[in-house]
Structure formats: C-alpha cells, structure tokens
Design a protein around this ligand. Sequence first.
Ligand SMILES: N[C@@H](CCC(=O)N[C@@H](CS)C(=O)NCC(=O)O)C(=O)O
Length: 217
Amino acid sequence: MRLYGYFHSSAAYRVRIALGLKGLDWEDAVVKLTDDEQQGDRYRALNPQGLVPALETDEGKILGQSTAILEWLEEAHPKPPLYPEDKLERAHIRALCQHIACDIHPLNNLRVLRHLKQEYGQTQESVDRWYAHWILRGFAALEIAIAELPSEFSLNTQPGMLEVFLVPQVYNARRFAVPLDTFPAIQELDERCQKIPAFVNAHPLRQPDTPESLRTA
Ligand SMILES: N[C@@H](CCC(=O)N[C@@H](CS)C(=O)NCC(=O)O)C(=O)O
C-alpha cells in the first residue's frame, strides 16, 4: 500500500496510526502541503479533492478521505479490530470519532485558515483565536465522554479508532499552543497512547519527510 500524505497532516497521521496498529506495511508518498502539491495536477489526478491523505491499495485503487480509508482498513484487515464488538458501543465510538473528524478538524484545516486571512483579511492573531475556539469547544464535550470511559483505552486494554482520531487532534492543539489544562482525561489518554509503538512511529516529527530542524529521535 502507498499512503499519500504529509508529516504534519493530522488526517494522514490517523491513517499511519491505524496501519501501525494493524501491523500492515506501507510506503510513503509525500505530498508537500507547504508547496501546495495537493493542488497540483499530478496529485489531483489521483484525488481530485486536493486533500491528503489518499491510500493506494495493493490492487492499485485510490481511496480518499481518512474516515473512508480507516473504515476500509477495518473491513479489509479486520485483525486486530479497532472498534468495539458491541453495536451500541461501536456507534458511541463512531460518534466521538465523527465529532473530531466532522466538527473540529474541518474548521481548522489549512485552506480554511488561509481563506480567513486572504479573503476576509483576518490577522494571524484572529486566525489563532478561531483555531483555539473550535478546539476548546470540541474538546469540552469530548472530555466528558473520555472521562466516562470505563477502562484505560477505548478497547479496554488496547487503543482503537477513538485514539486514532484523538491523538492527532491533540497534537494539532499543542502545535497551535491551545491550552489543554482543563482536559485532564484527554491528556492522560493521549499520554498512554504515546507509549505504544504504532503511535510513536506515526508521530509527525518522526516521518521521512519531517524537516531535520523539527525531527525528534
Ligand atoms: N476530511 C478529510 C480532510 C483531509 C484534510 O483536511 N487534509 C488536509 C491535511 S490534514 C489537507 O490536505 N489540507 C490541504 C489544504 O487545506 O489545502 C479527511 O479526513 O481525509
């Protein structure tokens, strides 16, 4: 499989974590967002939406949208499962994942932040406040749900789809210096994940395209 992504793309980070949790091999194809390669003809021929990630399957099919890629991975490579077995619990976890993927992340995407500046003349300071606003609002509700989890991870002793979506969003929040001190349950769950190889290996600062100046060991 080939993952078209970028070290700082949180949607690609989700897929890297899931591939790691499932023990699958893949190769990276870097789409440099800072050079707008996602808008170039070459990448748009694969994914006309011009967003990363896209996953090329072993059969050469291209899949877009991280949530669809993750659902496909779960169906095509069911072991280990990333969703709970119980239908109601599964729906609850899906709701939390969509809370991140549909109601937090899209409001803070690169093209949205750029549009606020270029089209509406907003300063960097207002754009940063916009960013923090949507994270803080979204995390306030997530914190309640995560604090109520009955076990250390969403799949008892193992992380699953909830953590696949949560950890990249926490990384983004920290990257933009959003204060997380009022979200202890989110921070603790993130900390537990940081000890697991699939999360360590998927970290944005450890990717082949991570600039040397940002790279961590
Ligand atoms: N809903 C999409 C979102 C993808 C997305 O927003 N990707 C960002 C990087 S995290 C991107 O490609 N941004 C480029 C841009 O905004 O031009 C998914 O989950 O795959």
